[in-house]
Design a protein around this ligand. Structure first.
Ligand SMILES: [Zn+2]
Length: 314
């Protein structure tokens, strides 16, 4: 207890704009195994499966995936280290073909195929969940992929229902508002064995928004990808980072993660043509995020929460 109290006082009352990391946390952050729960391995313009394997090994990333695209060659290469998810290419396909209304319709052909295919893959133990489903990205990403739909809709309920039967997950990319809060709380209550992973902790500077949701459900977690300076710089995003930069993890995010240490995970989001920056992205997590947390929180956020949620083999 005394150690914790001392740590907290060093962390929060350092008197600078940024919190100070303690040396024990800095050292642990360099070497702790990471589960990257927002690791895209795209089917289009793919990197070879071996490339992903080598990048993970080079960066101490023991497990990766949890978002689309599902790739059998990556699964064969990574084995138990892959966190396989389906549905992202289909979700985009439906959106481009049928627009927003298609995304909420469980009767469209692409979703009907996906329901059948995912049932089979879950039953065979080949996938663990769905995602990334963009239900509200109205203020991020290229204009042609922007949209906002209700997250609680008939098509989404079917994904939650399937995941629920297998203790699986659904990774959702959304932004906070009253409708989203209502929707995600009802889905997670109606499907208690489905874990919801909120991509990018809802893409906001305001950690209180995601805290409102995590405080109400144990089966909702969030991951920290795309919240730092590397994404802002590499993607030329015209704003400052949401949660961390080279000076460290912002104090409101430290407080948030320490308040919900069992519900926060790490992700890289090597999307949008920045997969060549994978090492830089992981290095940013090891130097600008993890050192500002308590040692036990570092282990949880880096991999223990993911091991529990995705039943990963250690
Ligand atoms: Zn993504």
């Amino acid at each position: 207890m005394l150690k914790n109290a001392l740590f907290t006082s060093l962390l929060f009352f350092s008197g600078h704009g940024y919190a100070q990391a303690n040396s024990q946390s800095v050292e642990l952050a360099k070497v702790v195994p990471i589960a990257d729960v927002h690791m895209h391995t795209y089917q289009q313009n793919p990197r070879p499966a071996k490339w992903w394997h080598e990048m993970m090994d080079a960066n101490g990333v023991k497990w990766g995936g949890a978002v689309g695209d599902y790739r059998e060659d990556v699964q064969a290469e990574l084995g138990d280290r892959y966190i396989p998810a389906v549905g992202q290419p289909e979700f985009f396909k439906v959106f481009f073909k049928e627009g927003r209304s298609g995304l909420t319709n469980p009767e469209n052909e692409a979703f009907k195929d996906l329901y059948l295919r995912s049932e089979k893959l879950f039953a065979e133990g080949k996938i663990k969940g769905f995602g990334e489903f963009h239900t509200d990205n109205h203020s991020s990403g290229p204009p042609r992929i922007r949209r906002s739909i209700r997250t609680d809709n008939p098509a989404m309920r079917k994904f939650y229902e399937i995941a629920n039967r297998y203790g699986g997950f659904v990774q959702i990319h959304a932004e906070f508002d009253g409708d989203f809060e209502k929707d995600i709380l009802s889905l997670s209550a109606d499907y208690p064995k489905t874990t919801t992973v909120l991509s990018h902790c809802l893409s906001s500077k305001d950690a209180d928004k995601v805290a409102i949701i995590l405080s109400k459900r144990n089966n909702i977690v969030c991951e920290l990808s795309s919240l730092g300076a590397v994404h802002v710089n590499r993607l030329n995003i015209p704003r400052s980072p949401h949660a961390f930069d080279s000076g460290g993890l912002y104090s409101n995010w430290i407080k948030f993660i320490e308040a919900y240490p069992d519900q926060v995970l790490l992700g890289s989001d090597p999307c949008c043509g920045i997969d060549a920056s994978y090492s830089e992205i992981i290095s940013e997590l090891r130097t600008s995020v993890l050192p500002y947390l308590k040692p036990e929180t570092i282990e949880k956020v880096a991999h223990k929460n993911a091991v529990r949620i995705f039943s990963l083999k250690q």
